[in-house]
Design a protein around this ligand. Structure first.
Ligand code: KG4
Ligand code: ZN
Length: 337
């Protein structure tokens, strides 16, 4: 009997401030993943400085590749294809990963597979549970807030998205306003767990669409903080954090519920950096139980940027015949398709 050959994908991620390589088997099994994070370097600046991020990718990239191959105990010759985040992200950062991917593809004669960063966040879930279709991906990250329906592997349909800020961006801004250091999102999450939602804030965009809006909520928090400061009243930071989360997460749950019902989905997944948020994870799990659908929330290690998710997505992109040539370019923004 002919046994099906295993497929090993080398994933590369460098779209922001993490340099990461990973080897994933058959789109589901993480063989080895190495991530070099630059959080400590950028924290002094209150955010990622693109020029510094690029320079550090250059410094790290060959070291991280070597460590990854060593950890997997594999050689480049054993890799079937190379998956690379071509976008969206910081252009200088993206280009360094892309040039590494192209060089490896050329030297070792391996197919080059372009992966959209958000496809990566979605496929992080396939490292823990097989995706079932129709599927609803709730994409919540620093740059994206979208509801994506999938009827099969690598078939993405956007149901709706933010009309202004992304939810992660809003978390970071609110965190800064209440005096939390970078990266603010996770710190705001921790603080909110100690508080009660006592401040009245709007739940954004309670309409019939699948869209979101976070700029009004962000402004409401900023105004509230300024007003309290002018009145010399102390802000209960943990209560304000809990109130903000109630509104922000509430709006995601509201639209997700509608999509689950109308689009007859079988499987709901969380994807992106904000998938690490405790309240969102709990509320989505609750929603799944209530509506009798399968729910996947990625483990924390797959919420932040990593190359395992790119390699996992790359496997399914490879199966769908999405192979690029060496003219592939990075894109700072691009639609998921
Ligand atoms: O996925 P990601 O790296 O961004 C993009 O790819 O665009 O996610 C980063 C975002 C940041 O805005 C960060 O503050 C937020 O995810 N984040 C969180 C949490 N962990 C990360 N936001 C809320 N709660 C968290 N626990
Ligand atoms: Zn990301």
């Amino acid at each position: 009997m002919n046994e099906k050959k295993d497929t090993y994908i080398l994933g590369i991620e460098s779209s922001c401030d993490e340099t990461s390589f990973s080897i994933v088997k058959n789109g589901r099994e993480n063989i080895a993943t190495i991530i070099a994070s630059q959080i400590d370097i950028h924290k002094d600046y209150g955010g990622v400085v693109p020029e510094i991020a690029s320079r550090n990718h250059v410094k790290n990239i060959t070291i991280v590749l070597e460590e990854c191959l060593e950890k997997a105990n594999m050689k480049m010759e054993q890799i079937d294809a190379i998956a690379i985040t071509y976008g969206p992200g910081l252009i200088g950062s993206l280009l360094i990963g892309l040039e590494a991917a192209k060089t490896l593809s050329f030297i070792y004669n391996k197919p080059l597979i372009p992966v959209h960063h958000i496809a990566g966040h979605i496929y992080a879930n396939s490292l823990v549970k097989e995706l079932e279709f129709p599927l609803l991906a709730i994409v919540v990250s620093g740059g994206h807030t979208e509801l994506i329906k999938m009827i099969d592997h690598y078939k993405f349909k956007k149901l709706g998205g933010t009309v202004d800020d992304a939810i992660g961006e809003c978390y970071d801004k609110v965190a800064r306003v209440i005096g939390l250091p970078y990266p603010g999102g996770p710190k705001l999450d921790k603080l909110a767990q100690k508080g009660q939602p006592t401040y009245k804030l709007p739940v954004p965009l309670k309409d019939d669409s699948y869209n979101f809006s976070f700029s009004g909520l962000k402004s409401a928090v900023i105004n509230l903080v300024h007003n309290e400061e002018q009145r010399n009243r102390e802000i209960k930071k943990e209560d304000l954090a809990a109130s903000f989360e109630k509104s922000a997460v509430g709006s995601i749950v509201l639209k997700a519920k509608k999509a689950i019902k109308n689009e007859k989905v079988k499987h709901v997944i969380l994807a992106g950096g904000v998938a690490a948020n405790n309240k969102l994870r709990n509320e989505i799990i609750k929603l799944g139980n209530e509506m009798n659908v399968d729910i996947s929330v990625p483990p924390m290690k797959y919420c932040t940027d990593n190359a395992a998710m790119i390699a996992a997505a790359g496997f399914y992109a490879y199966q769908a015949g999405r192979i690029a040539d060496l003219s592939l370019n990075s894109k700072s923004s691009d639609k998921l398709s």
